[in-house]
Design a protein. Structure first.
Length: 223
């Protein structure tokens, strides 16, 4: 009888150990695994404000909405927050204009560099598709769908270049809504000085864009 009790005790003990081990395994499986450094590097954020994908030929940047320009007109689509025009754009960027320029070069885009400060002409350079998305948008939206153009024309975004002026003048301009001799990219639909000469006005479209301060990811893709 004593031997039988010992065997029974041993068997019950083994079952308990297996049961506890099983619970431990289940608990570990439910514990969320933090993203690796590689996974984190693929997400655009304030801490990681630009992602260059040479294979997809895209540059993605982190921006935030400035609702002031839902009401007031501006020629500035996207500007680096610390540039001299950092408070004058519909979208405020966390990457600077010089890094952005280099990102476009890295995906194989060729700059136009055809404008001077006095030129009245349309910007040249490789054409770009520019789209936006944000948490809750559910899809990529053409940037110009989020812009009210008083002339109701379509945009023709180009890699204008202008790196030397961008470094010297330090406006921070990443995307201008008419042709610009300082902005890295701009809109060939409207020649230089179109906004200044009151030929066109631009505003953010509050019916499309999210609320003030909302993070928005902008994707520039080489056509």
């Amino acid at each position: 009888m004593k031997m039988g009790k010992r065997i029974l005790t041993t068997v019950l003990g083994s079952i308990l150990v297996v049961s506890l081990a099983g619970c431990g395994t289940s608990q570990q499986a439910q514990t969320p695994v933090p993203p690796t450094a590689t996974e984190q590097s693929t997400q655009v954020s304030k801490a990681n404000p630009m992602i260059v994908d040479k294979v997809a030929k895209t540059v993605k940047i982190y921006t935030e909405v400035n609702a002031k320009y839902f009401v007031e007109p501006t020629r500035h689509g996207i500007v680096f927050k610390d540039g001299s025009n950092g408070e004058k754009s519909i979208l405020k960027a966390w990457t600077n204009q010089n890094d952005f320029y280099n990102g476009l070069i890295d995906i194989g885009a060729k700059p136009g560099n055809n404008l001077t400060l006095e030129t009245v002409a349309a910007v040249a350079g490789d054409p770009l598709d520019v789209t936006i998305t944000w948490n809750g948008a559910g899809k990529q939206i053409p940037l110009y769908d989020a812009i009210i153009d008083s002339q109701n024309k379509k945009a023709d975004f180009r890699f204008g270049g202008n790196q030397d002026r961008a470094k010297t003048i330090k406006t921070g301009c990443i995307l201008c809504l008419d042709s610009c001799p300082v902005g890295i990219t701009s809109n060939a639909t409207y020649p230089q000085k179109s906004f200044d000469n009151k030929q066109v006005e631009f505003r953010g479209n509050k019916a499309v864009l999210p609320a003030d301060g909302t993070p928005v990811v902008v994707t520039f893709k080489l056509k």
